[in-house]
Design a protein around this ligand. Structure first.
Ligand SMILES: O=P(O)(O)O[C@H]1O[C@H](CO)[C@@H](O)[C@H]1O
Ligand SMILES: O=c1cc[nH]c(=O)[nH]1
Length: 254
């Protein structure tokens, strides 16, 4: 019986899940979760081409201030994020910046505020298949520092807050009960989302760079919630996050 070595699958070819081929992407990719947010990135770009849209993974490539930029949606959660990251890396992406939405678990963070990740608590199953339990999920330091600089600048202009710190990646949106949220709050975690754990671990293992900036969608400890109609603030937060990520790509020549 022969087995398939997946480390060689798709190298130099159109990728099985995300449908992109070498030459169709930049060296830097912005990663929203939702495919419907890829066109929001495209609004900032010129010369945009839709490269592929397979399953939850939609990809567009264009230019921002003369720099080639790709946007690819990861879908929700770590399994599809790991696949998107692996396949983007196989076609030449060397910097991955997640532009997400995320729920705050510290008081005083409001929908639309900007959250830059300095590290992720790995409460997901995917990364357990890649690395041992104590392995850290951390973003690239220069990307993180530039995202923080850009977030602070844009937040001041837009009259929102920019907050930097630790986040958690959960697998189960509807299993985030009060005990879990209270524990994260006590341990100083700022916010919860569902993808950065896989993004950071895959990036580290493959020798590329990753970072994350999120827009706050809701606050699980002080009751400000997207789920009761704060979508305008969230949309402004997404636009601000995209701008911060694009300016980071330009500043660091990613
Ligand atoms: O809006 P995105 O970027 O998908 O991020 C957040 O929204 C989804 C949950 O509602 C999860 O994917 C979470 O990480
Ligand atoms: O994990 C998550 C992500 C966004 N919002 C939540 O309430 N939980």
């Amino acid at each position: 019986m022969s087995t398939v070595d997946k480390s060689a699958v798709g190298l130099g070819e159109r990728q099985y899940h995300i449908g992109v081929a070498p030459g169709e992407v930049s060296t830097v990719a912005l990663l929203p979760g939702d495919p419907f947010r890829v066109p929001l990135v495209a609004e900032f770009l010129t010369d945009v081409q839709e490269v592929a849209h397979r399953r939850e993974h939609r990809t567009m490539t264009g230019l921002y201030k003369g720099r080639r930029i790709t946007a690819t949606s990861t879908g929700m959660s770590c399994p599809s994020t790991a696949i998107a990251a692996e396949e983007l890396i196989r076609v030449g992406v060397t910097s991955l910046i997640r532009i997400g939405s995320s729920a705050a678990v510290q008081p005083g963070i409001a929908p639309g505020d900007l959250l830059v990740s300095e590290g992720t608590l790995r409460n997901d199953g995917t990364t357990a298949a890649y690395v041992h339990p104590g392995y850290p999920a951390v973003p690239d330091l220069p990307i993180t520092m530039e995202l923080e600089r850009q977030a602070a600048r844009i937040a001041e202009r837009e009259g929102v807050r920019a907050v930097n710190g630790l986040n958690a990646s959960d697998d189960a949106f509807y299993a985030e009960g009060p005990e879990w949220i209270e524990r994260l709050r006590r341990e100083g975690i700022l916010n919860i989302e569902m993808e950065s754990s896989a993004l950071y671990v895959v990036a580290r293992l493959r020798g590329v760079r990753a970072g994350m900036i999120c827009a706050c969608s809701s606050n699980l400890v002080d009751g400000a919630s997207l789920y009761s109609g704060t979508k305008d603030a969230l949309q402004a937060g997404w636009a601000a996050s995209i701008e911060a990520a694009l300016e980071t790509a330009v500043a660091l020549e990613l």
